[in-house]
Design a protein around this ligand. Sequence first.
Ligand SMILES: Cc1cc2nc3c(=O)[nH]c(=O)nc-3n(C[C@H](O)[C@H](O)[C@H](O)COP(=O)(O)OP(=O)(O)OC[C@H]3O[C@@H](n4cnc5c(N)ncnc54)[C@H](O)[C@@H]3O)c2cc1C
Length: 529
Amino acid sequence: MKRNEELSKLTTIKEWDFIVIGGGASGLGSALDAVSRGFKTLLLESHDFAKATSSRSTKLVHGGVRYLAQGDIGLVKEALKERGLLAKNAAHVVKNQSFIIPNYTLWDGLFYKIGLSIYDFLAGKLSLGKTKYISKSKTIAKLPTIEQKNLTSGVVYQDGQFDDARLAINLTQTIIEKGGSAINYIKVINLIKNDSNKVIGVIAEDQFTKEQIEIHAKVVINATGVFTNDILNMNNPKHGKFVVPSQGIHLVLDKSFLKSDDAIMIPKTSDGRVLFVVPWHDRALVGTTDTLLESESFEPRALEEEINFVLNTARQYLSKKPTREDVKSVFAGLRPLAAPKDGGKSTKEVSRSHKVITSETGLVSIIGGKWTTFRKMAEDTIDEAMKVHNLGSTTSKTEHLSIHGNVKPETVDRSNHLYVYGSDIPKIKKLQQSNPEYSEKIHPEHPYTIAEAVWAIRNEMAETIEDILARRVRLLFLDARAAIDSAHKVASIIAKEKGYSVEWITQHENEFIELAKGYLLTPYSPKNV
Ligand SMILES: Cc1cc2nc3c(=O)[nH]c(=O)nc-3n(C[C@H](O)[C@H](O)[C@H](O)COP(=O)(O)OP(=O)(O)OC[C@H]3O[C@@H](n4cnc5c(N)ncnc54)[C@H](O)[C@@H]3O)c2cc1C
């Protein structure tokens, strides 16, 4: 996919059926659902695809054990179905992951074995495997770094794990392959309305050229996550608050803190929430928190109290105790929670299911939900939009729609870091071999090669250093120092591919380094790579 080709469609197509605002899980899902029903569909993203919450999740494709404990059976059942569908439709990027709950009382072992067996049962034929009770010694054998003091047993259950930003790129590719269009760095700055006060399009601004474009459509979908209120404000300045942001942070540690292919699930932390330690791209991902914030931003920062909470909880359950110095990267994301009527004082009482809202102007907004259920959220959104706008009765086609990169699960070799590219792997290997420079690593301590950066620029609409290091490969999230050290090399690759100047390299390198420092917990000192 190429940005210029997508931009040119804006002049050739005079009226779209659907314009979707927002290139996160909700927007990409909605655009894919609409285009696969045969609608002329355009998605506009103000930054990069998955720039906001959709690249900052815990990377779980799950029913939500926590919601089961809260008795929200409907939500869990729906998510378990979607988990099973996604594992089939994007097998390259979604995998089975075993989780172990370490038990520190005899009662806990029994309680979680029964609870997780219900979880399996709710998944029906899409279950990923049976829950097992395991002894203390087996728990230690599987999790060598678990805190052993007072440990009584373990409960093993299966869930799904994925790479969120990679799935977002694959969804974008699928939208375009199905005949739709999706463009990054195009920000919607206003809505166009007709004399009857109905929304009939958007005014959008190219973030590179600052050119403003009027684009018309039968339906406009607002899928902007925590930024939903901004679009609703364009729709009607007197709108209420529909979305509240709740921040969750993750700390990324070296794999020596986990030393296992099994993930750890702590079902009840000191503040009554769930904490995960998950193996992810040869690191251990620890999180998360749930802190209601007053306002949203594109680069949310972890609060000191959140960092201390995650570190302290991890120290309680791991025999190797992590400190701030051990943190390779810290990232924060904002959950777009549907606001409760009272404005919401605590996130626990805010609904985690999604809501589709149609405004009197015909604008359709999708809010809440989670990555796992993006397909179903999208189906509900397009169903509602078709009903309100009298667009016929074609039903959703996405339940069994293969997503770009999908391959047979048994063919995925997860020991090779390229596995997330699925069916694109042969093309990337060919690119690596086409030029001796391309098989060089971007950073000596990480497997990513220059070919992957070149591939991202040529085929995955990567425009900036951040697009490459944060979302096409995940270096910023896995090792922020290594990402900073790689900035110059990546800037030079982009400049060479696109014919940019030395000034461009310097400016973008400095901007990226400033941004990446926000992913570090200790001061950065330069290193020559
Ligand atoms: C800490 C955390 C952990 C999570 N873990 C999981 C998990 O493990 N599993 C799971 O299933 N779910 C998880 N979730 C939930 C899931 O990540 C979110 O529900 C989902 O990513 C939200 O996607 P979205 O598209 O609604 O929002 P976003 O991803 O925020 O997308 C909105 C997009 O709209 C764009 N935008 C905003 N304004 C404009 C404009 N004016 N013009 C054009 N574009 C605009 C933004 O740039 C952004 O890309 C987690 C969430 C958090 C915060």
